[in-house]
Design a protein around this ligand. Structure first.
Ligand SMILES: Cc1cc2nc3c(=O)[nH]c(=O)nc-3n(C[C@H](O)[C@H](O)[C@H](O)COP(=O)(O)O)c2cc1C
Length: 394
């Protein structure tokens, strides 16, 4: 995409609840939300800063109890599900306070044993948008039905999945309030497609975004925004996604390179260092969630690489019984424990989820305060910086 496109102003992102008893509408001045990054990367500091700068801040609501216990020494007398609930409630309250009641979203995974509880807690605590992925959140409308002002959005990775979600939710009398599309070729963490789909280039972003937009329009759902995620790094990438028919974007990896990311757990310095090292590639590995996942290549992730690799299971405990699909006896490792080790700067044991951009050379990488990053996303990187992007900035 041409550099001169960075002069174009970004349009705002309009969200409205499609619950029959709600008239709630929210307009985000900058059409950028952050992707939830489990297990503790997207906390109150990051989410509130993004909202305060005109975007939409999204907390992770994924198994927070364990890092609270293991790193912060909090809630240690609580059982796993209760700890998850209390930790998420605390984070939602803190975030709402920090952004003066502004937009707060929560990302939760359908694959979690306590998905229903986490969705309910989020809605009861007053979040504006629940984003649910790692499985299709068929039951979400019923779970939050008593909270008309809580908007809900499924994550999809193919047009087929988008169609299924719209059909199922419309049959329950509720259109989705947004559709989040995550590209299996670029997103960090779990992917909503098979290794084969990824290797054969299925579900390309331009196709899925434009066809999903058309599918919604054909059903009279013009006011349901498509929010594109995966591989978006700068303003030109945002404009490109909007040109395919998206109304907004969700970005994760670039937000990890902010001062505010992971602040609650000590600032995740190693995570950030790995992201800045231009010669560290990302690989697909096998997750106990039963999906391929994209992560920084480290000695640990290489052991579980999804392609051409004999997997030797790692003996482990099951501290939080988090994933419905995970059986302690059969699963290859404890994903929660390894994601928590990443928060603790442990190179040997950490699992560092990452989008494909992290392994790409020649893009501008620098740890910025959210305020500066949002300004760059809204107004574009100065030409000099774009030209010099190949130079690694530490
Ligand atoms: C460190 C990390 C953790 C993530 N954790 C989650 C998660 O818990 N739930 C989820 O739905 N997506 C998760 N994702 C995916 C992001 O929310 C996002 O959609 C995706 O990474 C976008 O691509 P990008 O990183 O290229 O911007 C994660 C991504 C990263 C990089």
């Amino acid at each position: 995409m041409e550099d001169n496109q960075t002069d174009k102003p970004l349009p705002p992102l309009r969200l409205r609840s499609h619950h029959p008893d709600s008239e709630k509408e929210i307009t985000l001045r900058i059409p950028v939300i952050n992707g939830g990054m489990g297990v503790g990367v997207t906390g109150p500091a990051l989410a509130s800063a993004i909202t305060n700068e005109g975007g939409g801040g999204v907390l992770t609501g994924v198994v927070l109890g364990y890092p609270f216990q293991k790193i912060l020494g909090k809630l240690t007398d609580k059982k796993p599900f209760e700890a998850n609930r209390l930790a998420l409630e605390e984070w939602i309250t803190t975030t709402k306070t920090k952004c003066d009641g502004g937009f707060v979203g929560v990302n939760i995974m359908v694959a979690l044993n306590d998905f229903k509880d986490m969705a309910h807690v989020s809605a009861k605590s007053g979040v504006d948008l629940i984003i649910a992925g790692a499985g299709l959140p068929m039951a979400l409308p019923e779970i939050v039905n008593k909270f008309p002002d809580t908007m809900i959005a499924p994550i999809i990775s193919s047009v087929k999945a988008a169609r299924v979600m719209v059909k199922k939710w419309m049959a329950k009398g509720r259109a989705p309030d947004a559709i989040i599309y995550e590209s299996i070729h670029h997103s960090g963490g779990h992917q909503g497609g098979s290794i084969d789909d990824i290797l054969t280039g299925m579900h390309q972003p331009r196709d899925v975004v434009s066809e999903t937009r058309k599918m919604l329009d054909d059903q009279g759902l013009e006011d349901v925004p498509v929010i594109a995620a995966g591989g978006i790094w700068d303003k030109n990438d945002i404009l490109e996604a909007l040109s395919w028919g998206a109304q907004g974007v969700q970005m994760a990896s670039r937000f990890l390179l902010t001062v505010e990311a992971g602040l609650e757990f000590g600032g995740i310095k190693l995570f950030k260092k790995l992201f800045m090292e231009n010669d560290i590639p990302t690989i697909l590995e096998r997750s106990p969630a039963g999906l391929p996942s994209r992560a920084v290549e480290t000695p640990f992730s290489k052991r579980f690489a999804a392609i051409d690799n004999e997997i030797i299971k790692e003996p482990h405990e099951c501290p939080s019984v988090c994933l419905a699909s995970c059986d302690k006896q059969k699963s290859i490792y404890c994903i929660l424990d390894h994601l928590t080790e990443a928060l603790k700067d442990n190179l040997e044991k950490g699992l560092f989820f990452a989008g494909s951009n992290v392994g790409k050379k020649g893009i501008s990488k620098k740890i910025l305060p959210v305020k500066e990053l949002m300004d760059l996303l809204a107004h574009g990187e100065p030409a000099g910086i774009r030209a010099a992007a190949g130079a690694h900035v530490a």
